[in-house]
Design a protein around this ligand. Structure first.
Ligand SMILES: NC(=O)c1ccc[n+]([C@@H]2O[C@H](COP(=O)([O-])OP(=O)(O)OC[C@H]3O[C@@H](n4cnc5c(N)ncnc54)[C@H](O)[C@@H]3O)[C@@H](O)[C@H]2O)c1
Ligand SMILES: O=c1ccn([C@@H]2O[C@H](COP(=O)(O)OP(=O)(O)O[C@H]3O[C@H](CO)[C@@H](O)[C@H](O)[C@H]3O)[C@@H](O)[C@H]2O)c(=O)[nH]1
Length: 330
């Protein structure tokens, strides 16, 4: 059996590739245009097809050549504030291109799809922690672009008799515990990544976007999930689908929120560096708090996290950031 991982040269996709290799029973093929990913992030034993997920003939040919039965679709544009300034780019990258990919994949015989969705589909939820059956109500184009893809996948699966798992990730952080991959984009905007860069002197300061939210300390609350735990969730989802399991939509988080200021304190404590922090206005598109209702994935798939510890996550992120500097990759 073989799995096609779109976006497998990127941050989370590269951890999925490692999880598949570690599990040892699949051929793994990556399709990535390297727009934000890196060819060195794809292990040598994995086939890297460089191209766009919307290139239907490339997708069909790749699926047929490698006898791929399952698609894990990570490739996307991922920065919430960028989606506010460039909504049409996000609808193209995340919705229109996913439509082309899903069509080509089903046409070429793929039976199972795992889709990287996001907590951003919930918008500013009235209920926290957020259960999966809360009606989605995204507040930014990124979340909308992903929700439309969820709907397309659901409808196409019903019409064409394939099965899927939609995984709605909360905030993904940390790095492979064995140091093989991590978040590598030099222009990353994610809080823990940026904070580790500030701790290592790669950035002069860290800005806190908003201190007047209706949260205990005024900064935004997020549920940070460690990236290898998330990859493991994909593996159990894949086994579920191949075993004939029903299509599912599941949150991926730990069910606990940390504020931006709490995260900064942990990064300062773990690194031992008191880097400068600037209190700034709110960033466009940010919900004030988003925490996963985290039970369904445990009961449906038997997933159990191994790295539910913010200090461990920050320690991994810091180690990866240091390693990137040593290798001159950023
Ligand atoms: N990072 C998070 O906290 C987070 C949270 C929720 C959901 N997600 C989702 O997880 C997925 C992976 O995110 P990530 O953080 O690894 O981002 P990333 O930017 O590191 O990885 C995305 C990968 O997809 C590739 N890519 C993008 N557009 C492509 C296209 N049209 N054709 C082929 N390849 C393309 C990029 O080159 C890159 O390797 C995305 O779908 C994202 O929406 C991420
Ligand atoms: O330099 C920074 C960076 C971030 N933040 C804040 O930190 C929080 C988290 O921001 P960030 O790490 O950029 O993640 P989100 O905007 O919450 O989005 C992430 O998490 C979503 C799921 O919750 C995913 O869908 C997105 O792809 C992913 O980028 C937000 O309140 C930001 O305003 C700062 O204050 N300063």
């Amino acid at each position: 059996m073989a799995v096609l991982v779109t976006g497998g040269a990127g941050y989370i996709g590269s951890h999925m590739v490692l999880a598949l290799i570690d599990a040892g029973h699949d051929e793994v093929v990556v399709l990535d245009d390297l727009s934000t990913g890196f060819d060195w992030a794809v292990p040598p034993e994995v086939t890297l097809v460089r191209g766009d997920v919307a290139d239907q003939s490339l997708v069909a040919e790749t699926i047929r050549r490698h006898k791929i039965d399952a698609l894990a679709h990570f490739a996307a544009k991922i920065v919430v504030p960028d989606s506010v300034s460039d909504p049409l780019g996000y609808y193209l990258g995340n919705t229109v291109k996913s439509r082309a990919l899903i069509e080509a994949a089903i046409g070429a015989g793929v039976r199972h799809v795992i889709f990287s969705s996001t907590a951003a589909v919930y918008g500013e939820p009235a209920v926290v922690p957020v259960p999966e059956d809360l009606t989605p109500s995204p507040i930014n184009p990124y979340g909308r672009s992903k929700l439309m893809t969820e709907w397309m996948l659901e409808d196409a699966a019903r019409a064409h008799g394939i099965s899927y798992v939609v995984l709605r990730y909360f905030n993904v952080a940390g790095a492979d515990p064995r140091g093989r991959s991590g978040q590598s984009s030099p222009n990353a905007t994610h809080l823990i990544k940026v904070a580790t860069q500030a701790a290592l002197g790669k950035r002069g300061q860290l800005e806190v976007f908003g201190t007047d939210y209706p949260t205990p300390d005024g900064s935004c609350l997020r549920d940070y999930i460690q990236v290898s735990d998330l990859a493991a969730a994909h593996l159990v989802a894949l086994n579920h689908l191949r075993g004939g399991g029903a299509s599912l939509t599941l949150n991926c988080g730990y069910g606990r929120g940390y504020s931006v200021l709490e995260v900064i304190d942990v990064v300062k404590s773990v690194s031992g560096v008191d880097f400068p922090v600037k209190l700034s206005p709110r960033r466009p598109g940010d919900p004030s708090r988003i925490v996963a209702g985290a039970d369904r994935i445990r009961t449906e798939l038997g997933w159990a996290p191994q790295h539910d510890d913010l200090r461990e996550i920050v320690t991994q992120a810091l180690a990866w950031e240091e390693a990137l500097g040593r290798r001159n990759r950023v």
